[in-house]
Design a protein around this ligand. Structure first.
Ligand code: AHR
Length: 493
């Protein structure tokens, strides 16, 4: 029996709800078809947004949504996406499939989407192919209440009051698709662009500098040294790719070895956050600057027969476990990680929703994010223990078999657990230190008889949360029996 202690009277920080953020790019069928179908569509919609998807996104309680990219952000020119739709300029989406983008989803539509799903907007500006003036004008257009050219243009396009915009990214992956820059050059550009990203009225921007690719600690070092005083957040992108970038592995056809490698690579997020944060400590020991993990998740080969530029992949119990592993790591680093955005929201990479015509399904990843949203804005509790080891013969390394994270809010404690072992159940005893008696426990479980289990348009609820009866609370101790490859959230009240 594994043993752990949850210290109910020892908080390690607040879990910023934005750790449960999402990302929607003009890529494949994420925005078009997945979210936006237009007012004239046969698919039931509100002002062009599909009703089924909006409802599912609302239920998920998404705190913040990043848009318009990704790589697309550094070739997006915001003026193309405002005004009467029939007059909007078309462009080629050169990064993603070379398709023609009609710009029917632009700034006004994005803010409306955020209102409909009750999420805060996070906009990423164009550094790679844009100008300082273009970025400055966009911010004025969105947030100024003055009698000024950009605010008046917004009014002419039907929006009188400025929107509230806090999170603003100055470029995306500027080490790669955002301009192939060296960190020194990007840091100078960042300093220049952000100077003109003004605060209008009481709108205060939280400026996010484009951060490192995976383990490029030097990028972080240079950015902190040259730009720390001009930023509130620094981004980090890391995708879990079980194979190589050329052959990433299939989303549904995988074996126990692939499962192990995927879990090990997902757990690597912990080392990345520790080391980037340590680098940042040299210039920011008080952790004023947040790490913004604004792209994370599984990246597999596209589903056979689909456009390689659309990044459409299915989503199984493996994705559910990878989501849980990452969320536990973000909780652990909640003093530094102030936002994380899973990539991407609908029909792209590790999506929470998939659509096909008028049909929609919630993926196993959706269910984990929904089960875990009870941790949003709660106090993270210290957790210690022995969590077993999970390895695979012939493969290097191992990782903890069981993960435990806990938080407290309004007198309610939530303890979430996962078991990454695909074939062995795990029993764990969790001592709840510092918790008064009188609590009862109830829980939810996500598990399936096959690790490749997933939802299809024919069987949309094949994988769905169930009530959990495997937890017992007695004398301040929780005994939990976790099935193989499972995720559990317990509520102690
Ligand atoms: O999410 C897909 C792509 O991955 C994004 O556009 C880019 O920022 C990253 O490389």
């Amino acid at each position: 029996m594994m043993k752990a202690v949850v210290h109910a009277d020892w908080t390690i920080g607040t879990i910023n709800r934005n750790i449960y953020g999402h990302f929607a790019e003009h890529l494949g069928r994420c925005i078009y078809e997945g979210i936006w179908v237009g007012e004239d569509s046969d698919i039931p919609n509100t002002e062009g947004f599909r009703n089924d998807v909006i409802e599912a996104l609302r239920e998920l309680r998404i705190p913040v949504l990043r848009w318009p990219g990704g790589c697309f952000a550094d070739e997006y020119h915001w003026r193309d996406g405002i005004g009467p739709k029939e007059n909007r300029k078309m462009m080629i989406n050169t990064h993603w499939g070379g398709v023609v983008e009609n710009n029917h989803f632009g700034t006004h539509e994005f803010f409306r989407l955020c209102e409909l799903i009750d999420a805060e907007p996070y906009i990423c500006g164009n550094v790679g192919s844009g100008t300082v003036q273009e970025m400055a004008d966009w911010i004025e257009y969105m947030t100024s209440d003055a009698d000024s050219p950009m605010a008046n243009l917004r009014r002419a396009n039907g929006r009188d009051k400025p929107w509230k915009l806090k999170y603003f990214g100055v470029g995306n992956e500027n080490w790669g698709c955002g301009g192939n820059m060296l960190p020194e050059f990007y840091a100078d550009l960042y300093n220049q662009f952000q100077t003109y990203a003004r605060n209008y009225g009481d709108n205060k921007l939280y400026k996010i500098a484009g951060g490192a690719n995976t383990d490029d600690y030097r990028w972080t070092e240079v950015l902190m040294k040259k730009s720390e005083r001009h930023m509130h957040g620094l981004s980090l992108h890391y995708y879990t790719v079980p194979g190589t970038w050329q052959d990433k592995g299939a989303a549904t056809e995988f074996g126990d070895r692939d499962w192990f490698v995927t879990m090990k690579k997902a757990a690597y997020m912990d080392e990345l956050l520790t080391r980037h944060s340590t680098e940042m400590d040299r210039y920011d020991p008080n952790k004023r600057v947040g790490i913004i993990v604004d792209e994370w998740g599984n990246w597999f080969n596209v589903e056979p027969g689909t456009n390689p530029g659309f990044l459409y992949q299915q989503n199984t119990m493996r994705d559910a476990l990878v989501a849980a592993v990452n969320l536990h790591i973000f909780h652990k680093h909640c003093n530094r990680v102030q936002m994380a955005n899973i990539a991407q929201m609908v029909n792209v990479l590790q999506a929470v929703i998939l659509t096909e015509g008028s049909r929609m399904l919630r993926t196993p990843t959706y269910h984990v994010l929904q089960m875990y949203n009870v941790h949003q804005d709660a106090e993270a509790l210290a957790v210690h223990g022995e969590f077993g080891q999970y390895g695979f013969e012939g493969e290097e390394g191992s990782l903890a078999q069981v993960g435990v994270t806990a938080s407290k809010k309004d007198g309610v404690v939530h303890v979430s657990l996962y078991n990454v072992n695909p074939s062995e159940a795990a029993d764990i005893e969790v001592e709840l230190r510092g918790l008064d008696g009188g609590y009862s426990v109830e829980g939810k479980l996500l598990a399936a008889s096959d690790i490749r289990a997933h939802n299809t348009f024919e069987q949309a609820n094949a994988v769905a949360p169930q009530p959990f009866n495997g937890a017992e609370l007695k004398g301040g101790k929780l005994k939990v029996s976790l099935p193989a490859a499972s995720v559990v959230v317990l509520k102690l009240k």
